[in-house]
Ligand binder design. Structure first.
Ligand SMILES: Nc1ncnc2c1ncn2[C@@H]1O[C@H](COP(=O)(O)OP(=O)(O)OP(=O)(O)O)[C@@H](O)[C@H]1O
Ligand SMILES: [Mg+2]
Length: 386
């Protein structure tokens, strides 16, 4: 029996609450920007959502798209939304456009089509049926840092140009990035079609996080299970360095503290539960980061963590990781990745590890003590998944 939770799922990263405290302005801006597009023929609009880790970009974009779909219905228009996370999606234009086609136009088959043909088929379907499309491209900065040559920004911002009468029926493309300077990686042509409108998502302050936590507690926990002091404590911890206003961390802390409280048979979450979880969670990594890794990358991260732990050192040599990795692959009976350094580079691009050449591979921004806690935590979490 659950003692304190009513709805534990509402604390998972994929849950999008109806109310997003302190993101009302961003939502309003988006709704204004697209208010005409769902009524009558309009040209494609591009917009960027930019802000740090856990500042509500993805949640706001998803909530916005839900509201816009309902608004479009009022005007008897069907709006379809494609959400692509470029960290999870394969890197090539072909895979990305395929995923867009699957979500926008599942009725048609694009098998055997090249990337441009896929987009053309999507536009043809939408314009001939009168349906509208919205594309959300998440973690675009991650993608551009690694695969800028794919030029997806160029293709996605110029969909109207490829449409026969200048209207693609794709009303907008929302690009989401952590790094405000991500556009520096683009060329002139891409920049000019992308435009420069950025909606900023500042890190949450302690009192903003408090409001977010209070709202979520109403959905997730039985009344009285989380005291105000505990909420204040989580909000304070999550708004200070090194976490700096990450709502995901605050919600993770709330979830795991709830689990600890329940395991200990306590009817309420107490500050000591939060403290325990906080000392074991690593601020620079969240359960979402881990969940979205492919099995292959999980094993690589696991090997880095094991090597750091075995050698009790903040940095280790590539060769040490390689030997650990080989042993882990053999004992787990999995096929090693072709290029281990490339896989480590990917983990570095995701901000999970740091690489300074072959000799210094580690995890930055944490003390050795916190690092060891962190590694244990990573190993536990990875073992749960593996
Ligand atoms: N204003 C808010 N109200 C309620 N929940 C929020 C709010 N902002 C963020 N969250 C929650 O915090 C978590 C992180 O938010 P989100 O995924 O939108 O962050 P993000 O800005 O996309 O971060 P990242 O760059 O790391 O992907 C999600 O579970 C989300 O539901
Ligand atoms: Mg996000």
């Amino acid at each position: 029996m659950q003692r304190i939770f009513i709805n534990r799922d509402s604390l998972s990263p994929s849950y999008i609450p109806k109310k997003l405290p302190h993101r009302e302005e961003q939502l309003k801006f988006l709704l204004n920007l697209f208010s005409e597009s769902i009524k009558w023929k309009s040209h494609l609009r591009c917009i960027q959502l930019v802000g740090g880790v856990g500042s509500g970009k993805t949640a706001t974009a998803k909530r916005f798209s839900e509201i816009l779909v309902k608004e479009a219905e009022k005007w008897k228009n069907e709006l379809r939304v494609a959400y692509i996370n470029l960290r999870r999606q394969g890197p090539s234009r072909f895979l990305i456009f395929n995923a867009i086609a699957e979500q926008l136009t599942s009725e048609i088959s694009v098998r055997g089509f090249g990337p441009e043909e896929i987009l053309n088929a999507v536009i043809k379907f939408l314009t001939s049926t009168g349906k509208l499309g919205l594309i959300i491209v998440d973690e675009v900065d991650y993608h551009c840092k690694r695969y800028v040559k794919e030029k997806i920004v160029y293709d996605l911002t110029r969909l109207d140009e490829t449409a026969p009468n200048g209207y693609s029926n794709i009303i907008g493309v929302i690009f989401i990035a952590r790094d405000p300077k991500w556009t520096k990686m683009l060329d002139e042509a891409e920049l000019s079609s992308l435009g420069r409108i950025q909606i900023k998502f500042n890190p949450y302050t302690s009192s903003q996080l408090r409001d977010i936590l209070i709202e979520r507690c109403k959905i997730a926990f039985k009344p009285g299970a989380v005291s105000e002091e505990v909420i204040d404590f989580i909000a304070d911890v999550s708004s200070s360095p090194p976490i700096n206003g990450d709502a995901r961390y605050a919600l993770d802390l709330l979830l795991y503290s709830g689990i600890v409280a329940e395991q200990r048979g306590s009817p309420t979450i107490r500050a000591e539960h939060v403290r325990l979880v906080h000392s074991n969670l690593c601020p620079t990594i969240t359960s979402e980061d881990i969940n979205e890794l492919s099995k292959k990358l999980l094993y690589v991260l696991f090997s880095v963590a094991k090597t750091l732990k075995n050698l009790q050192s903040p940095y280790v040599h590539f060769n040490d990781i390689k030997s650990t990795y080989q042993v882990i692959c053999e004992t787990s009976n999995i096929k090693p990745v072709k290029d281990l350094f490339e896989a480590l580079d990917d983990l570095a691009a995701r901000g999970l590890i740091t690489i300074k050449g072959f000799t210094k591979i580690g995890i930055s921004g944490v003390t050795t003590e916190a690092l060891l806690h962190y590694i244990d935590d990573v190993i536990n979490r990875i073992e749960e998944i593996i």
